[in-house]
Design a protein around this ligand. Structure first.
Ligand SMILES: Nc1ncnc2c1ncn2[C@@H]1O[C@H](COP(=O)(O)OP(=O)(O)O)[C@@H](O)[C@H]1O
Ligand SMILES: [Mg+2]
Length: 328
């Protein structure tokens, strides 16, 4: 293991994108302010996805006021596993993943037992805006708990791994698999302590991992290798991510997806300010790729051509794959 700082410096020479460049040249340039609500509110994202025929975890209900907290039992309808999250939350904060009930209590995916009152208290905190961007009043969303596909059993620890793909104007530019750890409490957010593992865009095979400022090759809880794993439905995830441009209209987004054991690939959420650590996990700077996509867009524009999501995926897989596809 070696320090992240050294890696970051080494990547600088190779087109690493820093926070200022991301904000000025990508977030501000490609993301229209008026479109933010669709991605900043998970309830709106869900509604938009459903309208576009894109699969998402089923919504059981919404709680918008203190008074509505009484509706929780009705919303849960006897289910023993479910997820409660702030509609406008970020970074995994405020999310409760309940896996089971035990003697009148709720057991979270990391094994914590919570009383009904504690759950109500959590919802109340969500409503006051404790976890929302800018501290605004928020709504609590209650939804289906994703059960991860078996493929992740050996390389993950509790919770649900997710796949993050950064998409510029509908072109996927970089991907990462995020694996929950004991520390991250079943959530796949890096700053909760999850691992980020780079993914080859062409094949869906995992590259190396980063965890808490270190480069790693093994999962700290399971000790299994996190690199060299073939993710299933890879081309499906790529097209799903590419089509999110048409879904939300924002030109620079991070698309978070999961693979449910029964329901297959689902969209979890979209981010208008995706993080930059994905570059460490891929050992590659983002600007090398975003510049290539911008050059492509210029060329297509002068030719009067607009590419379909399928064509866009093919382009990036040929351009950015670590292992070039075999010529047919
Ligand atoms: N429906 C769900 N079922 C199981 N785990 C979930 C569910 N929703 C979220 N999670 C876990 O919590 C993490 C964060 O959820 P997400 O919806 O992306 O919110 P945030 O904006 O806080 O990142 C996910 O990466 C996943 O590990
Ligand atoms: Mg997320």
């Amino acid at each position: 293991m070696f320090g992240l700082w050294k890696t970051w410096k080494a990547l600088e020479a190779r087109g690493i994108m820093g926070i200022n460049r991301r904000n000025a040249d990508y977030v501000l340039k490609y993301n229209k302010r008026s479109l933010y609500p669709v991605v900043d509110d998970k309830i709106l994202t869900k509604e938009r996805a459903i309208a576009a025929g894109i699969h998402v975890p089923e919504m059981y209900g919404i709680i918008s006021t203190e008074k509505e907290i009484d509706k929780l039992d009705e919303i849960l309808d006897g289910r023993s596993d479910f997820v409660i999250k702030p509609a406008q939350g970020a970074g995994g904060d405020g999310i409760l993943v309940v896996a089971d009930r035990f003697e009148g209590r709720y057991r979270t995916v990391s094994g914590k037992l919570l009383s009904h009152e504690e759950i109500e208290h959590q919802i109340s905190s969500i409503l006051t805006g404790l976890y929302s961007l800018g501290g605004h009043r928020d709504r609590a969303l209650i939804e289906y708990r994703v059960v991860p596909d078996q493929i992740f059993k050996s390389i993950s620890y509790e919770g649900v791994p997710d796949i993050r793909i950064i998409v510029l104007m509908g072109y996927p530019v970089m991907a990462m698999l995020r694996l929950p750890t004991r520390q991250s409490g079943g959530k796949a957010n890096l700053h909760q302590g999850a691992i980020g593992v780079g993914v080859d865009l062409a094949t869906g095979v995992t590259l190396r991992g980063t965890w808490l400022n270190n480069i790693i090759t093994k999962h700290p809880d399971t000790t299994n290798a996190v690199d060299g794993v073939q993710l299933p439905y890879w081309d499906g995830f790529m097209s799903l991510a590419a089509s999110c441009y048409e879904l939300c209209g924002l030109g620079y987004i991070g698309v978070d997806m999961v693979l449910d054991q029964e329901k297959g690939p689902l969209i979890l959420e979209l981010n208008a300010r995706p993080g930059l650590n994905i570059q460490i996990a891929n050992d590659c700077g983002l600007t090398l790729r975003t510049h290539a996509v911008e050059a492509r867009l210029e060329a297509l524009k002068s030719a009067g051509v607009v590419e379909t999501p399928q064509e866009r995926v093919q382009f990036v897989q040929e351009m950015f794959g670590h292992i070039p596809p075999v010529e047919g």
